[in-house]
Design a protein around this ligand. Structure first.
Ligand code: UD1
Length: 371
């Protein structure tokens, strides 16, 4: 009998760091076959290819070019391409990660074709239906057959939604597997070629501190007035501590259209490869972000994080980790930054099972069920 085959779905930048440890765990376990499907949701070299190279992900077996477009257009294109793909090459199960449009699109198509779906990073809920990701999470979880959960809130949410206990597996977090693996690798790497290295050296000269910013949530960056308000707060913070800001394509669009100037103490850069960015943020005095993943990665490495959103689907990072939910009111952002910079990093606990072994647990469950 040939081994069951999983198709792993990778579409957008935040998927790639979750796929890498799953691939490693499948290789180490050796009992299941697998293929990698890239939907092409993210397509720029610096949003996609560099991540495959640096994170050691093999080239995708299949690549659709489904990037750009509105949500409906992007989702529909991925659904069409994936339906055709599984009609020719039917997997025994599909593995989706996170909450991007590719996650949603492939889940719906697989289920309608009668193929079971495993959702990695299941059960997270922000309660905010204005977030496209929240809709993607709810639909994906309403259809999935395996829920691989990162934190206790995810288990509670799935139970509340009536999911069967046997489908819920609290395994820890594959993204933490990845950041631990890459941080260890970084310790042995020559960092001098990284685009962030020169700016980091300059800012750290004479014991200097710096902060790191990322922003890309539509609610923060699509509207020029919202982005201008946050930019004003960042300029005030930057008067205390210089900031480095790798700018997402969505955000760059609004900054340019609105002609927003962030001043001389906020250093703007292109989106960074994983290792160059890790080299930068792991030694930051504070990270200001609206990313989901970075809230967790900063907790994993004990770096103070201010989340510029009104809610988070990752409450463990606040309860046990280094994250503070600050919102987007400019005065609140400035006050929180001053507080964190004045207090130094608080001692933080690592959430349960955030130990670098989550992907191995996932593969063990799936192999146990499929073989
Ligand atoms: C997507 C995910 C979000 C994730 C984010 C990380 C959804 C609903 N959102 O948002 O959860 O946190 O990725 O980046 O899936 N673009 C480029 N080059 C690229 C990719 C995108 O120029 O390589 C442009 C697109 O054409 C579009 C904009 O950036 O104009 C946004 O891209 P899109 O994939 O629609 O969503 P993100 O905002 O990146």
């Amino acid at each position: 009998m040939t081994a069951p085959c999983l198709h792993l779905i990778a579409g957008a930048r935040p998927n790639f760091m979750k796929i890498a440890p799953i691939v490693r765990a499948l290789q180490a376990d050796g009992r299941l076959r697998w293929k990698l499907v890239h939907t092409g949701q993210h397509y720029d070299r610096n949003m996609s290819d560099v991540f495959f190279e640096e994170l050691g992900i093999p080239a995708p077996d299949v690549h659709f070019n489904c990037g750009g477009g509105s949500h409906a257009v992007q989702t529909a294109r991925i659904m069409e391409a994936f339906e055709q793909h599984i009609a020719n090459d039917r997997p025994d199960a599909v593995v989706v990660v996170g909450d991007v449009n590719s996650t949603l699109a492939c889940t719906i198509v697989a289920k309608k074709a009668g193929i079971p779906v495993a959702h990695v990073e299941a059960g997270l809920r922000s309660g905010d239906m204005a977030m496209p990701e929240e809709i993607n999470r709810i639909v994906t979880d309403s259809l999935s057959d395996w829920f691989f959960v990162t934190e206790p809130s995810g288990v509670d949410n799935l139970r509340r939604e009536g999911q069967a206990e046997a489908k819920i597996h609290h395994v820890g977090h594959v993204m933490v597997d990845n950041v631990m693996y890459q941080a260890e690798l970084l310790g042995r790497s020559d960092t001098t070629g990284f685009p962030t290295d020169a700016v980091k050296r300059e800012l750290q000269a004479n014991g200097g501190r710096y902060g790191v910013v990322t922003l890309h949530r539509p609610s923060n960056v699509d509207d020029a007035a919202n982005l201008a308000a946050i930019a004003g707060a960042l300029k005030t913070v930057a008067a205390d501590v210089p900031l480095v800001f790798p700018v997402h394509p969505r955000t760059r669009g609004t900054l340019q259209k609105a002609g927003l100037d962030l001043g001389p103490r906020i250093h703007l850069m292109d989106p960074q490869p994983y290792m160059s960015f890790l080299h930068l943020w792991k030694d930051a005095a504070v990270v200001l972000t609206d990313s989901g993943g970075l809230q967790e990665e900063t907790t994993a490495l004990g770096v103070p994080c201010l989340t510029l959103r009104e809610n988070t689907e990752r409450p463990i990072t606040i309860e046990e980790g280094t994250n503070h939910l600050v919102g987007t009111d400019p005065a609140a952002i400035v006050a929180a930054a001053r507080q964190v910079l004045g207090a130094g990093a608080p001692p933080a606990r690592k959430p349960a099972l955030w130990d670098g072994q989550a992907a191995g647990r996932i593969v063990a469950v799936m192999a146990g069920d499929l073989l």
